[in-house]
Design a protein around this ligand. Structure first.
Ligand code: Z5A
Length: 214
């Protein structure tokens, strides 16, 4: 199952404040309760190299070109895939990632204006072609996501300080995302309803042998 071995690769995507981290945690807890070994990761991050790249790309106080951002995100991704994600999939674990390739397409291509085909090739090089079994795209209006971040008192990074037009392009890219394993979930629902919807999609897309899934 999946491009990486016998495990299952689940990615949670969507704009800021959509509830990705919340869903990653609750999905992992439900899978663990079913006795499945789960590894959770967030992008960018998860290895010393990836955490160093995260610090630069999110916190650097000066302007950075979209291409410079791209290579920092891909530095983080290639290290995470090689050191954490692939080994976990090869061991048969379920890997749940908070952001992956679709974030690059949404933020650096749709948001930042980089060319789709070349970024796609760069991503393939960085990941060795590892694609998720299922990508859950959380859909939420920009204003609602931002309000959730404000309520959670999240400190803004460079992307969150971008203008509304940038964030609308990012949201549209997410809304138009399609392909094998890509499913859209209404993230304006309650946390429990989002988890239930995501759970159904994960079972349907991966045929995980889990109680109550037949
Ligand atoms: N980025 C990029 O440009 N290119 C790339 O290739 C990659 C990333 C990989 C990473 O930011 C930034 O990097 C991101 C894109 C860029 N920048 N932006 N902007 P991050 O990791 O710091 O943050 P984030 O990904 O934007 O996550 P977030 O703001 O923390 O949002 P979230 O994870 O989707 O939401 P949450 O933390 O789960 O929930 C936010 C609050 O809402 C919290 O109080 C929850 O309790 C609440 N919540 C969650 N779900 C619900 C529901 N259903 N109802 C009500 N309230 C809820």
């Amino acid at each position: 199952m999946g491009a990486g071995g016998s495990g299952v690769f689940v990615v949670v995507e969507g704009p800021e404040g959509a509830g990705k981290s919340t869903l990653v945690r609750s999905l992992a807890a439900r899978l663990q309760a079913e006795g499945r070994p789960v590894v959770t990761v967030r992008e960018p991050g998860g290895t010393p190299v990836a955490e160093a790249a995260r610090k630069v790309v999110l916190k650097f106080p000066h302007d950075m070109t979209p291409a410079a951002e791209l290579f920092l995100f891909l530095t983080a991704r290639t290290d995470l895939v090689q050191r954490v994600i692939r080994p976990a999939l090869e061991a048969g674990d379920v890997v749940i990632a908070d952001r992956y390739n679709l974030s690059t397409m949404a933020y650096q291509v749709a948001g930042g204006g980089l060319p789709f085909d070349e970024v796609e090739q760069a991503i393939r090089l960085a990941t060795g072609g590892l694609v998720p079994d299922v990508t859950l795209v959380l859909d939420i209006p920009v204003a609602v996501g931002r309000e959730r971040q404000r309520a959670a008192r999240k400190v803004q990074d460079r992307f969150e300080r971008q203008d509304d037009a940038f964030h609308r392009r990012v949201l549209e890219a997410y809304r138009h995302a399609q392909g094998p394993g890509v499913v859209h979930v209404d993230a304006t629902q309650s946390k429990k309803a989002v988890l239930d919807a995501a759970w159904k999609e994960v079972l349907a897309a991966t045929a995980l042998p889990i109680r109550g899934s037949s």
